[in-house]
Design a protein around this ligand. Structure first.
Ligand code: GLN
Length: 471
């Protein structure tokens, strides 16, 4: 038995029952990270992990009460603060930044005795869909290294898929957890907006972003999400999402007509329909309409850059970041530091954001996008009157080759077609692997649920894993 083949819950139970120790588990994963270094998924394994594992083992040995994640290693994306550790958002601008405090999510994991294992690779400031926009060099797909890991939480997904860690946190502003999870054949979830505190997380679009786990199974993700969820005095956008729901004997899955229309030219279409066929005995399948769902992508690429422009203004060469050399006055500190510090995609978003917020275009772009967002929200509400979850592909295809889309930003943005609606509307969604594409890489399917209906979403995902999921 290898620890990399076990789920988070199996590791957790094994440690709790004394089958093996946290120290053994952590040692194993450290060695495995070393072995799989070329994947470029983990940026750093923290130097105190063995010490922390021994502390948990000692608590268990003494019969002390331990948390529900006792001894389990969990990695964090490089935009999540862990006190005393480096955090760079994969940006050369933040290479020397050390977290002065821990994010709420890290605090909550630690309170349950999880071991904060290390940092994972990502697209710079979480902007991207391939994990190629990173100062550490691209992260490779865990199944085939010639392909991208997906993004922006590509390191987290590849780390879980390659068995470097049983669970990793990512952040999802427009699909950054679900798309890489799908590309690497693992499970990724984005909860209802506000479920998880963003305190101590560098989000680029605050109104859309949520941190959440990537793991091997829906049950693993559910367990960790329960730990992360909750109202937080440090983040006023948090809600008291109990993650409960009403159990039904048979669930209705909605297939969205407009999504399937957009998916009609996908090379994976046949496989998706074949998978749907298999679900007929377990679920009631109905058709639903969300007439403007395709407009989510356009809304996203207006709202998200607008917020990025404002959120990234703080990185100015004075605070947090490195400062450019040879500057003559304050203005040149800002201009030179930002010009040298930010990567190409980040600059593109800052430009886009400033454009859509500029006085001449504010109504035409930003306000219009916000109005369309409201419309799509209403359409989702109506759709959920007729089904418990909406089932749709996570992406239009499987992972693409490294370098294939990097010079075509619009092609990269289109990757998010089926993931951004969840962020635009604020509802939860989970991506679960279901099959293999022509290129031998995994395919993922999403289940969207209504606001705060995560319990039903997880139950459906778990049922799906049995009847339609990838084995
Ligand atoms: N691919 C999307 C983007 O580049 C999603 C990013 C994210 O969810 N953080 O904006």
């Amino acid at each position: 038995m290898e620890y990399c083949d076990l789920t988070l819950i199996e590791i957790r139970d094994g440690i709790k029952n004394g089958q093996f120790s946290s120290e053994e588990v952590v040692k194993y994963f450290i060695a495995r990270c070393e072995e799989k270094k070329s994947l470029n998924a983990m940026i750093e394994v923290f130097d105190d992990v063995l010490e922390k594992a021994k502390e948990v083992d000692a608590k268990i040995a003494k019969g002390e009460k331990v948390g529900i994640l006792a001894g389990v290693p969990v990695a964090i994306k490089d935009n999540i603060l862990c006190k005393g550790k480096k955090m760079a958002c994969a940006s050369k601008f933040l290479q020397n930044f050390v977290a002065p405090y821990s994010s709420t999510v890290v605090e909550k994991l630690v309170a349950e005795d999880a071991i904060i294992f290390g940092r994972t690779n990502m697209d710079e400031f979480a902007m991207g869909g391939s994990c190629e926009n990173t100062c550490y060099g691209a992260c490779h797909n865990a199944i085939n290294p010639e392909y991208v890991a997906g993004g922006s939480s590509g390191g987290s997904a590849a780390a879980v898929a390659a068995g470097l860690v049983p669970c990793a946190l990512g952040t999802d502003t427009g699909g950054s957890i679900r798309q890489p999870a799908s590309f690497n054949g693992v499970v990724g979830v984005k909860p209802t907006y506000g479920t998880v505190s963003r305190y101590g997380i560098v989000a680029f679009a605050s109104s859309l972003d949520q941190a959440s786990p990537i793991a091997k199974t829906a049950s693993d993700c559910e367990l960790v999400l329960k730990v992360l969820a909750g109202k937080d005095a440090n983040d006023s956008t948090t809600i008291d999402n109990k993650l409960t729901g009403v159990h039904k004997s048979k669930y209705k899955l909605g297939v969205c007509r407009q999504v399937m229309q957009a998916f009609k030219d996908s090379p994976c279409r046949e496989k998706f329909y074949a998978m749907l066929e298999k679900l007929n005995d377990t679920f009631d399948i109905v058709q639903v309409d969300i007439p403007h769902i395709q407009n989510s992508l356009a809304c996203y690429y207006i709202i998200a850059p607008a917020e990025a422009t404002s959120n990234l203004a703080r990185f100015d060469g004075v605070k947090y970041t490195t400062r450019a050399d040879d500057t003559s006055d304050l203005e040149s500190v800002y201009v030179k530091s930002r010009s040298e510090g930010f990567g190409k995609e980040v600059k593109r978003r800052i430009m886009l954001g400033n454009y859509v917020l500029s006085s001449g275009y504010f109504d035409a772009y930003y306000n219009k996008a916000k109005a369309v967002q409201k419309l799509i929200r209403r359409e989702f509400k109506t759709a959920f009157e007729n089904c418990d979850c909406i089932i749709m592909p996570t992406t239009s295809g499987s992972a693409f080759k490294i370098g294939e889309k990097i010079s075509d930003p619009v092609a990269m943005y289109k990757e998010d077609l089926f993931t951004v609606p969840a962020n635009i509307v604020g509802v939860p969604a989970i991506s679960v692997p279901y099959g293999v594409a022509e290129n031998g890489l995994p395919l993922g399917v999403q289940f969207y649920a209504d606001e705060q209906n995560e319990a039903v979403m997880f139950e459906i995902a778990k049922m799906f894993e049995k009847v339609g999921g990838a084995k």
